[in-house]
Design a protein around this ligand. Structure first.
Ligand SMILES: *[C@@H]1O[C@H](CO)[C@@H](O)[C@H](O)[C@H]1NC(C)=O
Ligand SMILES: [Zn+2]
Length: 204
């Protein structure tokens, strides 16, 4: 009897962990937790332009400020503060399509189907992923990099990112230090990295 009750409690606990806090996505060997806008308490967006998919580019960012977040609670607070800041700039929502925390969580920004505000001329042709923190000198944690790669893969599998997409850092499109030298050096070794600083508006 008591073993049965313990079992029931465990099942409930595990169910609640997943049902309340997270939406785990599993692709092959890689898995990460994706926190939705509702999970982090996003305000409703006022700028909602549909993104034409599949997009030919993925653009990587850091935040510089806010600093790295290390727990889900911290990262959710960071998402809310970035949305407030971007709203104050009249962007009508957080600029990025997705963000990733140092703990390896992925956080939905504008998501897969809405044009972001993150890379000027590339906004309408890309998914913008921001790795929360200042990655000029410090190396982003492995968990964060793994999730970023898995997130890109999700986009490809779901037909949102073109299978022959080009991967670029923000500074390859606009004059900025973003995503920081340390992070730029890392992504320059990833599949699909595209050299060069010229952004040609794709014909789609
Ligand atoms: C997260 O960890 C980094 C590295 O230890 C630290 O610099 C940063 O201040 C931490 N972030 C917060 C919000 O505590
Ligand atoms: Zn950037």
């Amino acid at each position: 009897m008591s073993a049965f009750i313990i079992y029931q409690v465990l099942v409930l606990l595990i169910f609640n962990m997943y049902a309340v806090n997270s939406h785990p996505k599993r692709i092959g060997e890689e898995s990460y937790v994706l926190y939705s806008r509702d999970d982090w308490g996003a305000k409703p967006p006022t700028d909602v332009e549909p993104l034409k998919t599949p997009v030919p580019y993925v653009v990587i960012h850091h935040t510089y400020i806010p600093e790295a977040c290390n727990t889900t609670e911290q990262c959710m607070a960071t998402m809310r503060s970035m949305q407030n800041y971007h709203n104050s700039l009249d962007w009508g929502d957080i600029g990025y399509n997705f963000c990733v925390g140092s703990e390896g969580g992925a956080y939905e920004g504008r998501g897969w189907h809405t044009i972001g505000i993150h890379a000027g001329p590339a906004n309408s042709f890309s998914i913008g992923i921001c790795l929360i923190g200042d990655w000029r000198v410090e190396q982003p944690p492995e968990e964060m990099l793994k999730t970023t790669k898995a997130l890109i893969k999700t986009g490809v599998v779901n037909g949102v990112i073109s299978p022959d997409y080009k991967l670029k850092g923000h500074s390859q499109i606009m004059s900025t230090e973003c995503p920081g030298t340390a992070l730029q050096n890392i992504i320059s070794k990833w599949d699909h990295f595209s050299e060069g600083t010229k952004f040609n508006k794709p014909q789609i």
